[in-house]
Design a protein around this ligand. Structure first.
Ligand code: SF4
Length: 354
């Protein structure tokens, strides 16, 4: 079985060579048809004129996951839900901004880390997504929802480095120049601080991949309460791995800091954060938290958010307030699947083509 959504162009070509005595010529046609045209029919392609059986077989083996639009946010972010072959549900969000259209993808169904502020964590981990299921989200956004995606963030459900191999392979497929051609420099992997994952990330072909780290607290005791992953990878260990990471010349780490009123938004916290980040090339995104009925967190006032940023800026740190895209449909950071249990699974079936 050839699963095209899981293979880079080179791998597809090698597979065709091994099993069908075909190679780059046919692989290029398939890749173009699927990833550029969003079409899984190969029968009419010029390149398959002399091998209609192969075209028919390949068409049988492609599964396309579709998304169901459930709401449209006021600021234009669009969340879509995909029901997987086993009935599990994932969510993805499309966020247009200027000439960029970003797709926020999920890497797992649920998540094992149970961050105190995160609706996904409350689900627990159900399973990792396959390469096909991750790439399928990009396909759905591009061809089912007809959005021209040019930026990807792994910031949906799940900790990407807990599903390391599938996430890395999906990035290779998504960035393949014969297909979607979204360069690694336009792909961000957002981790909750998985130091082992950062340590494993040493791939010359992905050296321009962007890395975002959710810090959210600059001291271990508070961070461990907010983000249990900190018990396994405390702040010192995380910083050690960030220092060892071979960033490109002008590369930076994107530091995500979700602000919770009265918890991590004091001047002392800002100063401790500045001390923690010292020596690292960073850009800090400050994100006022979302309010979720069942969780005891509220965002600080707009004035206080600005004040917190000014404390960091005074330490010569590059800081910006992140626009809460998707807030209206609960699709901002760490809160993507707040509504997932309320969906009727039968309303969003996966679509099997051919
Ligand atoms: S914030 Fe990220 S790591 Fe934490 S529970 Fe949610 S998905 Fe998992």
């Amino acid at each position: 079985m050839i699963n095209i959504f899981s293979l880079t162009f080179k791998e597809l070509s090698a597979t065709l060579r091994r099993h069908h005595e075909k190679g780059d010529f046919h692989a290029a046609a398939i890749y173009r048809q699927v990833f550029k045209n969003g079409n899984t029919g190969f029968g009419e392609l010029e390149e398959f004129k002399d091998s209609p059986e192969l075209a028919a077989n390949l068409m049988k083996e492609i599964r396309i996951l579709s998304g169901n639009i459930i709401d449209v946010n006021n600021d234009g972010a669009l969340k879509f839900v995909t029901s997987l072959f086993d009935g599990n549900i994932i969510e993805s969000v499309i966020i247009p901004s200027g000439n960029r259209t970003t797709l926020c993808v999920s890497s797992q169904v649920g998540c094992r880390w149970k961050c105190a502020f995160c609706a996904t964590g409350a689900l627990g981990l159900k399973r990792d997504l396959s390469v096909e299921e991750i790439v399928g989200q990009v396909f759905s956004a591009g061809f089912t929802l007809k959005r021209s995606i040019n930026n990807i963030v792994f910031m949906g459900m799940g900790e990407p480095f807990d599903n390391f191999d599938n996430v890395i392979q999906s990035i290779r497929v998504i960035s393949d120049q014969h297909g979607f051609n979204i360069a690694p420099s336009h792909i961000t992997v957002s981790t909750s601080g998985h130091a082992d994952g950062i340590a494993r990330l040493r791939f010359p072909d992905l050296k321009n991949l962007r890395i975002a780290v959710s810090v959210n607290a600059p001291v271990d005791n508070l961070r461990s309460r907010l983000m249990p992953i900190n018990r396994l990878f405390p702040l010192d260990r995380l910083k050690e791995e960030l220092k060892l990471y071979p960033l490109g010349k002008r590369g930076v780490f994107f530091i995500e800091y979700v602000l919770f009123s009265g918890i991590n938004d004091t001047r002392e916290m800002a100063e401790a954060l500045a001390v923690y980040l010292k020596g690292l090339p960073v850009r800090i995104n400050i994100i006022p938290c979302n309010t979720i009925e069942s969780l005891p967190f509220t965002p600080p006032s707009t004035e206080h958010v600005k004040l917190f940023c000014s404390w960091l800026a005074a330490k010569k740190l590059f800081v910006r307030i992140r626009q809460p895209n998707g807030r209206g449909i609960m699709a901002a950071c760490g809160q993507l699947c707040a509504s997932i249990d309320r969906h009727d699974m039968h309303k969003c079936p996966s679509r099997i083509i051919n």
